[in-house]
Design a protein around this ligand. Structure first.
Ligand code: C5P
Length: 230
């Protein structure tokens, strides 16, 4: 099976509170997205990488990886799911029939190749994702912004979804299109597959695969990358 990687990188990173989108903030002297792309280029058996970039983006072309023939720039969309859908449509034209995709956030530069290999192990006709069991106790409130606890969830059944998330290209494209048309909240690929009635598999990941979201995450990511190089 041909395998591609799709990198949504069209966000503005509002929670970072900076002018420049978080995927271009410097991390150990290089833009964050450069680290992520170099990491992906080291994964075994990847046919190509589709990077979904905002139309107004003037930073991507300056990355050294932008000229790599394995890397394809695709126009992203308004929300993460729109960017992923644009990337999937590109892959349906450019990848082999029956190809599989690994969707990986630009904002997760610290992913360990061993975790990717575990995710790719075996068949995953209905998808598979890296995820972590929670260690904290999880509280639920009645609605967003509330601070009064409604109840405590059974944490033994809660997993935190990471990326990469793996699925057949055509299956995920169908599921995502349907979910968006139905107004389902799709914050990751698995949620679209779930809404379509599939049960993607959980593959235990690592805590070091952080999503750089707030300023404190930058030194943490630098630390993780530095220990990796030792
Ligand atoms: O905002 P969040 O951290 O959930 O974004 C996850 C990933 O989705 C980031 O890599 C971001 O660049 C990407 N994204 C996108 N298109 C959007 C919004 C976010 O590709 N419209």
């Amino acid at each position: 099976t041909e395998r591609w990687v799709l990198v949504p990188a069209a966000g503005i990173g509002a929670r970072m509170g900076r002018e420049i989108p978080k995927q271009y903030l410097p991390l150990a002297g290089h833009p964050l997205l450069s680290h992520t792309l170099e990491n992906i280029l080291s994964w075994p058996g990847i046919a190509g990488i589709a990077v979904c970039v905002a139309d107004a983006d003037c930073w991507f072309e300056a990355l050294p990886e932008a000229n790599d023939p394995r890397i394809h720039r695709v126009a992203g969309g308004a929300e993460r799911a729109d960017s992923v859908l644009a990337g999937l449509r590109y892959l349906e034209k450019h990848a082999a029939l029956g190809a599989e995709v690994l969707v990986h956030d630009a904002a997760r530069p610290c992913i360990a190749v061993a975790d990717v290999e575990r995710l790719m192990d075996g068949e995953a006709p209905h998808g598979a994702i890296l995820a972590l069991p929670v260690s904290d106790t999880v509280k639920q409130v009645r609605s967003a912004g509330e601070t009064e606890i409604e109840r405590t969830l059974d944490r033994s059944r809660i997993w935190l979804a990471q990326t990469p998330q793996r699925a057949p290209v055509a299956l995920l494209r169908h599921a995502l299109e349907q979910a968006l048309a139905d107004g389902v909240a799709v914050t990751d690929e698995a949620s679209a597959l779930e809404a379509a009635g599939f049960s993607p598999r959980l593959v235990p990941g690592s805590r070091t695969n952080i999503k750089v979201t707030v300023p404190e995450d930058l030194p943490l990511a630098e630390f993780i990358l530095a220990t990796r190089r030792q």
